[in-house]
Design a binder for this molecule. Structure first.
Ligand code: PRX
Length: 701
């Protein structure tokens, strides 16, 4: 069950300072060919619209909401919470509160009807293997979704039930999400890179009795044996006293998997050879094949008309302390917000081909592969593989193949691909690109310039979209036809968004300044609660700075009002755009018998943005050697997932603590950077620790 241990007030905030010497205020104006046809074609027009969205938020958003189908319209109280002042009572946010709608109906049936989009391609699916591809139209997608909704009903899934989804990047993942939405069930997608433990924790917390998964997937040459991880998660749930009743398994690999299972390359399988799985495990009491249950299902399914504020999905995300929290989004506001941000941030037009390279297991995929594009009847590319397989030109080959005009990826991918050189980009004709966005972490000016010049040929706009799982959609971003860009800045707030910077006391700072990034008033896409723990929701986001939503990030606002995000100010690390809570890694490390105590901080990294740097104190008698380091890395892979594996592990006889026993992470961050300028250390209980910490830094760093 959701636990109540998150005391974000106790987390010591730290602001990374923007490196003013390394940022430039040179303006890169949108190409006139983009501005000429853009939805917003000048800065002035953006400013007017933004102003209008703040003066009359209800008028602004209800106008946009009329683009969609509402079974019952909202009354005059379309917005139930005007500010984030907790002193006025509970934080209870509602948009279009008493309206009834169905998001699945809106993104499929209604698009087909209103825009005659039945024959329009919803997804060009591109497999891990370059000659594996599929094309799915809106009409075909609707039929599959209806069939799957009927399958769910036949399995006893009802409105409000949580359905866990642990799938690769296949069309069926979208079908599963929309199938849930159609019948008012709540999807809880778990990224395929999470381990069995993480999957089990999420199913347990959400009491998801049904899990949709697949036999496996290749990412590059690496096999991810999803079914075996899912089985193990089901067993772990059982150990906790919770019974998962049904696994619906999509056959993604079929024979390819069984052929591979024979080899010793089984991903993550450290068991002795005699115990290795040689065939797909199957428990006929709970496992059913996707294609078998779908074969008899009707392709018609009346949508369930839900209240606009009923939960649509939950997505777990890491915070400063405690276990990951189930961020809950609802239907009405999320629909309008993702649809609108998609249209304006990417300046979407019907002739565009859009490609977001994220995994649907993260919020970016939810909002900009599934809901935002479909709500605009857009055609998207969906990609199963990785950027470097079979070669480091894969992204650009796909852009050229489908004539992608709007492309959206992460700085970490940009930095990684840049290393392979410009020729991989230049050998493909990618002149079709008009807008090339980024998301997930700050983009350093160097990477920005490469993206702008080599990928965008100096004519593409770059929406550097700042947002979070919690915000549902973009919060701060340049608009392609309107905003002159600065390399590395997220630009100006989206419609309806009022960002402010505050100091440690929560006082609003004006003009050019650095501070903690908060948002002043509700926008339609904001999360509504933490699943099962509304108090934790209020504590985490609204208690630290009274009256404001706190993002957890620091930012700099320059003299022209541009925002530059400087990174997390709390104990969250952003590794390759993946959000990792230090507390989670620490608890994985201390679960190892050799470890007494652990503290984890972020270390800046040229390619991944940040990596995890772990300090461990061992039990008497335990020996710190390469084998233990490997063991500890494996421990984190098993407890959280491969992507969270520690980068550096340093042994330390003790951690720097205050007299009250609180770990001083500020000092650890300095040790990581080999920066001896420690500031005030008068509260440190034992200052001899510092010398040891610096002396024990691994030599290669
Ligand atoms: O620190 C910010 C960073 O990613 C965090 C949110 O992570 P998550 O909820 O996993 O969502 C990622 C995709 C929306 C933020 O608190 N972040 C996201 N986008 C940017 C960013 N930092 C700087 N610039 C961005 N464009």
């Amino acid at each position: 069950m959701a636990q109540k241990s998150d005391q974000s007030n106790e987390v010591e905030l730290h602001l990374e300072h923007v490196d003013k010497a390394h940022i430039s205020h040179e303006l890169f104006h949108p190409d006139p060919s983009i501005s000429a046809h853009a939805h917003v074609s000048s800065l002035k027009q953006y400013q007017e619209l933004h102003h209008r969205s703040l003066v009359n938020p209800v008028g602004f958003w209800t106008e946009l909401a009329k683009e969609f189908y509402w079974k019952r319209h909202w009354s005059s109280t379309a917005l139930s919470c005007w500010n984030f002042d907790r002193r006025a009572g509970k934080i209870s946010i509602g948009w279009f509160t008493d309206a009834k709608t169905n998001i699945c109906y809106n993104v499929l049936d209604y698009q087909i009807k209103k825009k005659n989009a039945g024959d329009r391609v919803a997804y060009y699916w591109e497999g891990n293997d370059p000659d594996d591809s599929r094309v799915v139209t809106y009409a075909e997608l609707l039929k599959e979704v209806c069939k799957f909704a009927n399958v769910l009903k036949a399995q006893g899934v009802k409105r409000g039930d949580r359905v866990a989804i642990y799938m690769p990047m296949v069309i069926e993942l979208v079908v599963a999400m929309l199938g849930c939405a159609r019948i008012g069930a709540v999807h809880s997608v778990v990224f395929g890179g999470f381990s069995a433990d993480s999957l089990a924790d999420r199913m347990f917390d959400a009491t998801s009795e049904i899990l949709i998964t697949a036999d496996g997937v290749f990412r590059g040459t690496k096999l991810i044996n999803l079914k075996s991880i899912a089985d193990s998660a089901v067993a772990k749930c059982k150990d906790k006293g919770f019974e998962v009743k049904r696994l619906i398994v999509y056959k993604n690999l079929g024979d390819k998997l069984t052929a591979h299972l024979d080899a010793d390359t089984l991903a993550g399988d450290k068991s002795p050879p005699s115990k290795r799985v040689r065939q797909l495990s199957w428990d006929s009491h709970i496992d059913v094949w996707w294609h078998e249950v779908m074969s008899t299902a009707s392709d018609e399914c009346e949508p369930v008309w839900v209240n606009a504020e009923e939960p649509l999905f939950m997505l777990y995300t890491s915070g400063s302390t405690g276990k990951p929290k189930g961020v809950v989004h609802t239907s009405g506001g999320y629909l309008v917000y993702t649809a609108t941000t998609f249209k304006y941030s990417f300046d979407y037009h019907p002739e565009d081909i859009f490609w977001c390279t994220a995994d649907i297991g993260w919020i970016t995929g939810h909002s900009y592969i599934t809901y935002g594009p479909l709500a605009n009847a857009a055609t998207s590319v969906m990609f199963e593989g990785v950027p470097t397989y079979p070669g480091p030109d894969r992204f650009w080959a796909i852009v050229a193949k489908y004539r992608v005009s709007k492309f959206y990826t992460a700085p970490t991918a940009i930095r990684a691909l840049r290393k392979f050189g410009d020729d991989h980009v230049k050998k493909h004709d990618i002149s079709c690109l008009k807008v090339i966005g980024t998301v997930g972490e700050p983009i350093n000016p160097d990477a920005w310039h490469w993206y702008y010049e080599v990928v965008g040929n100096k004519k593409c706009s770059i929406p550097d979209t700042y947002w979070q799982t919690e915000t549902g959609g973009h919060m701060i971003t340049p608009l392609p036809g309107a905003t002159p860009m600065k390399a590395g800045s997220a630009g100006f707030p989206f419609f309806g968004v009022v960002p402010i910077l505050v100091d440690k006391q929560g006082e609003e700072l004006r003009g050019e300044t650095e501070g903690y990034l908060c948002i002043k008033q509700p926008w339609p896409g904001i999360m509504r609660t933490v699943y099962g723990d509304h108090e934790r929701f209020e504590q985490i986001y609204f208690d630290r700075f009274k009256g404001y939503y706190f993002t957890g990030d620091g930012a700099y606002r320059d003299k022209d009002g541009y925002y530059w995000i400087t990174g997390r100010a709390d104990d969250v690390i952003n590794v390759s755009g993946h959000r990792i809570g230090t507390a989670e890694v620490e608890s994985a490390l201390v679960a190892h018998p050799a470890v007494v105590e652990a503290a984890v901080v972020g270390k800046p990294d040229d390619e991944k943005g940040e990596v995890t740097y772990c300090f461990v104190t061992l039990h008497d008698g335990a020996v710190f050697n390469d084998a233990l380091v490997e063991d500890l890395k494996e421990q984190v892979r098993l407890k959280i997932g491969r992507f969270a594996a520690p980068h550096v592990i340093q042994n330390t006889p003790a951690l720097p603590k205050t007299r009250s026993g609180k770990i001083m992470r500020r000092i650890l961050r300095r040790v990581v950077r080999n920066d001896h300028d420690l500031g005030d250390v008068s509260t440190l209980a034992d200052s001899s620790v510092i010398e040891q910490l610096f002396a024990n830094r691994p030599e290669q760093l």
